[in-house]
Design a protein around this ligand. Sequence first.
Ligand code: COA
Length: 437
Amino acid sequence: MENEVLSIVDKRTGKTYEIPITNGTIRAMDLRKIKTGPDDFGLMTYDPAFMNTASCQSAITFIDGDKGILRYRGYPIDQLAEKCSFLEVAYLVLTGELPTAAQLKDFVTHITYHTMLHETTKHFLEGFRYNAHPMGMFISTVAALSTVYPEAKNVHDPEVRKLQIYRLIGKVPTIAAYTYRHSLGFPYVYPDNDLSYAENFLNMLWKMVEPKYQANPALARALDILFILHADHEQNCSANAMRAVGSSQADPFVSVAAAAAALSGPLHGGANEEVLKMLDEIGSKENIPAYIERVKAGQVKLMGFGHRIYKNYDPRARIIKQAADQVFEVTGKNPKLEIALELERIALQDEYFIKRKLYPNVDFYSGIIYQAMGFKPEIFTVLFAIPRTAGWLAQWQEMLCDPEQKIARPRQIFTGHDVRDFVPIEKRGVREFPAAA
Ligand SMILES: CC(C)(COP(=O)(O)OP(=O)(O)OC[C@H]1O[C@@H](n2cnc3c(N)ncnc32)[C@H](O)[C@@H]1OP(=O)(O)O)[C@@H](O)C(=O)NCCC(=O)NCCS
């Protein structure tokens, strides 16, 4: 459209610039021509934490944070959670379309074929300290797969990419289960290819001496739903890490490890573990008002609340609350649920949370379900990483196939010293070691 143009008057020079607007966005590179003279580099934008910068065009996941909408490839998350299996959704996220029955069968066969870990990778896992955090083991082991599959570095070969995608989606549950068994001191259980993706994962976690492990169908389905809800979430911190590391043409194993490292932080996927710690600290409903006061005084954060994009109820949290009922029918209620529900009720009436549009996010309830299913909080973030691997790979593939993308390399505003002369060590005097840069 003709009027989709931004006119900028540079008062330094009096010049006017016409910058095209497409999809409500101007291109940062169009600002570069705004200069005071030939030696001027040109105008840049400054956007710490990417608060208002689109780093890519993507057709994978749509979020409307104000309306609380989440769609994968156009399909509303609630419909996918109700009607699909996780692998069906992974196929959708990766390829853009829901699979036919034959395509799904083929995809499931490929994923199942790649669930085994090389024995050396198993030995690698055995080398971790007995109390190593499962997320640290997960990140390192995914990275170590890069050494097992050196051909993965051929990232521009679509067939090579496809094989690594099968391998990663197939192997992440196996690695996750092994990290857990390691922390318990139990022997590893090999994958069982007769089972569904979620059932096989539960089998590798819980099987002891029985010849065939039978997962409770309600729990396997609840886990599958949780996997669907976590499959992708557009340009979050870990997806951005995946794209940034992948943009250097690093192989997908080390790129997924980088994304998983980003996920491990308490402000991202690590929040579900923190929610459980917080509920433990609160202990009972009577202590909630005092805890809320501490949150409002800025002493602590209400973990599992707030989101960069959602300024409304996170739609995933709503679906998780429903899935929780099905889990609790099998496991009995997690007593922490009562505290969480009351915490949510009080917070949502409080001016502090209303004003800042802080609502429960996906992590607020997921941990309570995981704990009821028998998982220890240390593995919660690993449970997030398993399905998110599909999303990371979809983002990675989209990035590699986008002709506009190059190695990701932001600019900076340099605020350090101007040039100064070297000072010999004996003339430097006594100085405190700087606490921060
Ligand atoms: C997710 C999160 C990192 C988003 O951060 P963000 O977009 O940078 O938002 P901000 O930190 O600018 O928060 C805006 C305001 O709300 C407050 N706020 C945000 N999340 C809060 C929380 N969980 N508890 C208490 N206050 C919170 C901030 O202190 C800030 O208040 P101010 O305006 O008075 O300074 C943040 O909400 C958070 O840390 N939540 C807890 C961790 C969590 O659950 N993460 C999982 C995300 S799925």
